[in-house]
Design a protein around this ligand. Structure first.
Ligand SMILES: Cc1ncc(C[n+]2csc(CCOP(=O)(O)OP(=O)(O)O)c2C)c(N)n1
Ligand SMILES: [Mg+2]
Length: 377
């Protein structure tokens, strides 16, 4: 029998016509939240439960050296891009360094990391050599992927750096796979995956949240919330600005932290790693941070006022670290000495990269599929 049709008869032909599709003008983009985190680092109440122990001064000095290395390397890369020495898109993480460094020092050798196209800081924090890193970005044969990956595909499996990815959120399920492998093999390796605030709205993020939480995978989700997706501020794209609230719906432990403070990041990732290693499942960390340079080399930055960028200088990772070191009695001379030493190291790394030969054309089709590796694998 045909089911009853309760659709009312249209009164006239105009009503029967389908409604006009929404034009972009008709879609409300919302208004700025008065308590917006767009211009300040304001960790939420969730961070107050986080115990942040003081790290030893020697370790802070080591982290500072690493942060300056990443910063100077990326500034050198931006200059090289301006001179036309870099092919393809290049995204720097200037201003994001503490997220990578705090996390890398909280994890162990053997743990895995995956990240976005904005991944130079993760590569270096994970132990990559700056000379090989610059060579890779410049497409030279001494790069760790023989110059074939470039800026967006940092990878070094022997270090546990399992790959940057140019597709927003694609690296997240890869990390879940690594965490699952660790679990199935009975190992206590943890995987951490870094992504941006824009990645939250990709379907695969939510599929991975659910699976990781249900299976209690040894996984750490780390959102580097720089409050922009390319040129669009978060208040225009997200129904809520407190990103850490989304994964709570999947029964996951979540925390929002100041991602520009290495000690805070270290504490949050240490706690998440302990949870992962004891079979208590994944954690979601939202590190509030800010990108001080453009989205990518060549970005004209017409979408944000310069005053906003200047305001962020007070919260940026190197400033925060210098303030901490001074409070521990480390003099300005010592800090300047480290800056100079790193400057020399980065100059040497850049020279190494510039002198590295271009890959041979016979390499073109090698390392594309398993079994075609030029090392005979
Ligand atoms: C699936 C997919 N959609 C769109 C893009 C284009 N795209 C590149 S970066 C980006 C913004 C991502 O923003 P966010 O996740 O906040 O990371 P951020 O660049 O701020 O570090 C977009 C949309 C892409 N690379 N992949
Ligand atoms: Mg972003």
């Amino acid at each position: 029998m045909k089911p009853a049709d309760h659709t009312p008869e249209p009164a006239n032909a105009d009503e029967a016509a389908s409604p006009a599709p929404a034009t972009p003008e008709a879609i409300p983009d919302g208004s700025r939240n008065p308590a917006s985190i767009t211009t300040d680092v304001l960790p939420s109440d969730s961070a107050t439960e986080l115990v942040v122990p003081d790290l030893p001064t020697d370790l802070l000095l080591e982290m500072y050296r690493k942060a300056v290395t990443i910063r100077l390397m990326e500034e050198a890369l931006l200059a090289a891009a301006e001179e036309g020495q870099i092919g393809g898109a290049m995204h720097t993480a200037i201003g994001h360094e503490a997220n990578a460094i705090g996390a890398a020092y909280a994890l162990r050798s053997g743990d895995y990391v995956t990240c976005t196209y904005r991944g130079h800081h993760h590569g270096l924090a994970w132990g990559m050599d700056p000379g090989k890193a610059i060579a890779e970005v410049m497409g030279r044969s001494d790069g760790f992927a023989k110059g074939k990956g470039g800026s967006m595909h940092f990878v070094s499996p022997e270090l546990g750096m399992m790959g940057a990815n140019g597709i927003v959120a694609a690296q997240v399920p890869h990390a879940a796979g690594l965490a699952l492998a660790s679990y199935l093999r009975g190992e206590d390796r943890v995987a951490i995956t870094f992504f941006g605030d824009g990645a939250l709205f990709q379907g695969v993020m939510h599929e991975t949240f659910n699976m990781a939480s249900k299976w209690k995978l040894p996984l750490i989700f780390y959102c580097e919330n720089n409050r922009y997706s390319e040129m669009t501020p978060i208040w225009r794209t997200s129904s809520i600005e407190d990103i850490y609230m989304f994964p709570r719906a999947y029964g996951m432990a979540t925390v929002q932290i100041d991602g520009n403070d290495v000690e805070v990041v270290h504490a949050a990732v240490s706690e998440a790693a302990a949870r992962a290693r004891t079979g208590s499942g994944p954690t979601f960390i939202e590190g509030i941070t800010y990108r001080l340079a453009g989205h990518m080399a060549g970005d004209l930055e017409t979408y944000r006022p310069q005053e906003e960028v200047e305001r962020q200088q007070a919260y940026e990772p190197l400033t925060v670290l210098r303030r901490k070191l001074r409070a521990r009695g480390i003099g300005g001379d010592r800090i300047a000495e480290i800056d100079e030493e790193v400057d020399e190291t980065v100059d040497e790394a850049a020279a190494f990269a510039e002198n590295s030969p271009w890959p041979d054309t016979t390499e073109t089709y090698l390392d594309v599929f398993a079994g075609s590796a030029s090392n005979g694998d």
